[in-house]
Design a protein around this ligand. Structure first.
Ligand code: 16G
Length: 249
């Protein structure tokens, strides 16, 4: 097999050219040669440097963008993204606390908030009787103004009378539960799975449709071991990395 160097690339290798370009850029990012905020070469510049088609250059950039390594700023160019948030999986913390720990201000945009009859899954998850009422809150969570996660929480309405009259847009929900209702969530069961962003999720989270999101489903219990919250949080896969510590058995 003849392998000819093409710019910096190897034509004839069974590795697609776009992938070779992507790997080069990734190496530069991971070695710190390219740093967060640095501009990377445009599609046109890559096309010229490597002698590849525009499509090939675009594919390398788009994949790195989907994976969270690059961000494209309309009319300005493509830049190296800030590193992903590392989120420990062992602690029961609120979004506000997580952001505070990183020196960021947490925000919430309430997309919907209502008292509704619990669906089947919530009824079972929270151990409710058929036809029970829950509060359903859909909040877009922001860190320093940037959308990070979409949270859909269900809270047993019996325990939180008039919850919707509280400042759920301006305050931490867990703080409200503690201060207004004397309830502390102290234990939770949580699952984690990857899902592609649907069109609505993509729109509110400012990602492309199909971008991987990390779906966490959590059932949280209070200090009396009552399951009071069932939440589904969709975290941006391009902005988060989840970390756990393991012990040998
Ligand atoms: C976290 C929790 C969510 C909770 C929220 C409260 C997960 C998967 N989700 O995001 O269950 O409702 O914190 O945050 O960890 P807040 O007190 O800042 O409103």
């Amino acid at each position: 097999m003849e392998v000819t160097a093409l710019g910096d690339l190897h034509k004839g290798l069974p590795i697609p050219l776009y992938y070779q370009i992507k790997t080069r850029l990734l190496e530069q990012i991971e070695s710190g040669q390219l740093r967060p905020g640095d501009r990377v070469e445009s599609e046109r510049e890559l096309t010229e440097r490597f002698g590849v088609s525009r499509m090939t250059a675009r594919q390398a950039l788009v994949e790195l963008e989907t994976e969270g390594y690059l961000v494209r700023v309309q009319g300005k160019g493509t830049f190296v993204a800030s590193p992903k948030f590392e989120q420990p999986l062992m602690a029961l913390t609120s979004f506000t606390e997580d952001m505070r720990r990183r020196g960021l201000v947490a925000g919430a945009e309430v997309l919907s908030a209502a008292q509704v009859p619990a669906g089947r899954r919530v009824t079972i998850g929270l151990g409710l009787s058929e036809g029970s009422q829950v509060y359903r809150l859909e909040r877009l969570r922001l860190a320093g103004g940037e959308p990070m996660a979409l949270e859909v929480s269900h809270l047993d309405a019996t325990y939180f009378p008039n919850l919707l009259e509280q400042d759920i847009a301006g305050r931490s929900l867990y703080e409200i539960l503690r201060e207004a209702y004397g309830i502390r969530l102290v234990r939770a069961t949580q699952s984690l799975e990857a899902v592609p962003a649907d069109s609505r999720q993509a729109e509110v989270l400012h990602v492309r449709e199909g971008t991987p999101l990390m779906l966490m489903e959590r059932i949280s219990r209070d200090q009396h071991d009552r399951p009071l919250e069932l939440v589904r949080s969709y975290y941006r896969g391009d902005r988060y990395r989840f970390v756990t510590e393991l012990l040998s058995q």
